[in-house]
Design a protein around this ligand. Structure first.
Ligand code: GLA
Length: 592
């Protein structure tokens, strides 16, 4: 059996120097039927390894549970990497950052205020131990010395940017070794002295995360890692997008030059991302460095493979650079056809409030989302008011639409630090607040904070105490479909064949479309404001008119030959109940 170790200057594969040429591909961001193709393309670019994080919160939405079906089949993913003749790097966290909801930490964990996250706190470590039991049961038999693909496992993630708890890192190391993880263990940190100092331990192999100023970064890393191979574990060749910002791109030429410099220095690399993929459903995270910034649905990352798997200019430039240092297969990925173009009329609609997908419970205070389990997305709060005045909350996490007796009054947006809304003087009756969780903070001290309306709630300074609240249940669409079917006769499409009538939110709308054969689609929602899209029942994530992205990616495996269903939840309003599938993705305005 092969073995993979750390030598004085290099990684050693069966005792011979070996350079790791890896690319990041998160199985949870790419449709499982597309994993094989994406992995193959990595090999065709000249890479010899695939790196993935493991998102604890997706695998364990409740404690004691460990889901591994479909999108979460880590074993199958690693086996596909192996079948392609490549190595694998696994980064199980437990914290992964990754622009992922709560940095991958489960909601039941972050909700427990007695637990000190990312520390040697015993309660935290007990939960981590349960998680690693499951992850390592998959990883252990797939290590290289046992005939599998896994050559490296990372401990924590950029821990030096968060804490300095050596006992914590020591316990994670022990837990890994106790679970039979015998491959080298690594850490990754941004190349700053304090971070490299605090983020690792002797015995763990230090690596860096950076995308430029390669020479300087490697020199810093070398000071903290005096022997052994140099590795950039996250070579940032692009960047992620947040709602309301530009679409981030980097020059392929500059990125290729930096990669060249890295490889010329003899370093190993993990290209972050090789294929970014998509934050499907409600999986994206958020940053908050004074201002809350939720992550967009597309995680295209301006990577060598675009969100839909198409090789970009970076693919070809990186392939050329890699070929100077390692053999690159002659074969190249096949050309891809444009996505089919078609119009869809959404001829059914149903008001959110008419669909029985929430069961309100009474509270004498404002409950937070975690009190309802691991449900993300939307919540509904309501109370009775006798008069108007100034409505105020402690904080809104993350966006609230306020209604009085069904009439829309206004929106409070956390990103704007808004928390007060004047209600008309004659307001009276049921005050309803639709609150959206736009993504759990995945970096820094606000990691995993509570979601929902945060106390106190007051009206003209007087506390509002009698609330009823419920999460809006969107996992099972059957009640939504029933309501939509009932709404067909009176639906917005009536009398208008090509364009739907305006839609006033919060509302569900649906329609059908036909394609000759299954294909990737790009959905453009011009004139819609903010909501969520399902195709054939698969939640493809959020759209928002503020951009940057203008299209949503629909992976081919979700689309079937013949009739398909497009179902949309629009929270504010759409100019017309019609949508278009377009030939190319439009990820928005770039800086240039
Ligand atoms: C850091 C983290 C990654 C990711 C990138 C930015 O390096 O380790 O998980 O968040 O930043 O994309």
């Amino acid at each position: 059996m092969p073995n993979f170790t750390i030598g004085d200057t290099d990684f050693l594969l069966d005792g011979s120097p070996h350079r790791v040429l890896s690319g990041a591909l998160h199985y949870f961001r790419v449709h499982p039927d597309q994993w094989r193709e994406s992995i193959r393309k990595a090999r065709l670019m000249g890479l010899n390894a695939i790196e993935t994080y493991v998102p604890w919160n997706e695998h364990s939405p409740t404690r004691g549970e460990f889901r591994t079906a479909g999108q979460l089949d880590l074993a199958r993913f690693l086996d596909l990497v192996h079948a392609e003749g490549m190595h694998a790097i696994v980064r199980p966290g437990p914290y992964i950052c990754a622009e992922w909801h709560d940095g991958g930490l489960p909601s039941w964990l972050v909700a427990d205020e007695a637990i000190v996250l990312r520390s040697h706190d015993e309660a935290y470590l007990a939960a981590v131990g349960e998680y690693l039991d499951e992850v390592y049961a998959i990883v252990r038999p797939r290590q290289v010395q046992l005939g599998g693909p896994v050559i490296l496992v990372q401990i924590e993630n950029e821990y030096g940017a968060y804490g300095a708890d050596e006992d914590y890192l020591r316990r994670l190391t022990e837990l890994s070794r106790e679970h039979g993880i015998d491959v080298p263990l690594t850490t990754v940190d941004q190349p700053f002295d304090e971070m490299l100092e605090n983020g690792s331990l002797d015995g763990l192999h230090r690596t860096g995360s950076f995308g430029s100023r390669v020479g300087e970064r490697l020199a810093t890393l070398r000071r903290h890692q005096p022997t052994g191979p140099l590795m950039c574990s996250e070579f940032w060749c692009g960047w992620f997008d947040s709602w309301g910002e530009i679409h981030h791109t980097t020059s392929a030429e500059d990125a290729a030059r930096e990669l060249d410099e890295l490889l010329a220095a003899g370093a190993s690399v993990n290209v972050y991302m090789f294929h970014g993929g998509t934050n499907f459903a409600f999986t994206g995270g958020a940053n908050d460095k004074g201002t809350y910034r939720p992550i967009a649905t597309s995680y295209d990352y301006d990577a060598p493979l675009a969100e839909d798997g198409t090789p970009t200019e970076k693919f070809w430039r990186f392939r050329e650079v890699i070929s100077k240092y390692a053999p690159v297969p002659d074969e190249v990925p096949a050309e891809r056809a444009d996505a089919p173009e078609l119009d869809v009329l959404l001829d059914r609609s149903a008001s959110l409030w008419s669909v029985p997908i929430f069961e309100s419970q009474p509270f004498d205070r404002l409950p937070v989302a975690a009190e309802f389990g691991s449900i993300r997305g939307f919540m509904r709060y309501s109370t009775q008011i006798e008069h108007g005045g100034l409505l105020a909350f402690g904080e809104v996490r993350d966006r609230a639409q306020v209604f009085v007796d069904g009439a829309f009054v206004g929106t409070l947006d956390r990103e704007l630090h808004e928390r007060v809304l004047p209600l008309p003087e004659d307001a009276r009756g049921e005050l309803t607040v639709l609150v959206e969780n736009l993504g759990g903070v995945n970096y820094g001290p606000r990691l995993g904070e509570a979601k929902g309306l945060i106390a106190p709630a007051t009206l003209d300074g007087v506390p509002l105490t009698e609330w009823s609240a419920a999460p809006i249940l969107l996992d099972d669409l059957a009640p939504v479909r029933t309501a939509l079917a009932a709404g067909l006769a009176a639906g917005p499409g009536a009398g208008s064949q090509r364009r739907g009538a305006p839609l006033s939110g919060p509302v569900f709308a649906s329609g059908t479309f036909e394609v000759a054969s299954s294909a990737d689609l790009q959905l453009e929602l011009t004139g819609w404001t903010k909501g969520v899209v399902w195709v054939n029942g698969v939640n493809l994530g959020r759209y928002w008119s503020r951009g940057p992205q203008r299209t949503l990616y629909v992976p081919a495996p979700v689309v079937r030959a013949g009739e398909n269903e497009l179902l949309i939840f629009e929270s504010l309003g759409a100019v017309s109940a019609s949508a278009r599938f377009v030939a190319h993705p439009e990820l928005g305005q770039t800086e240039a």
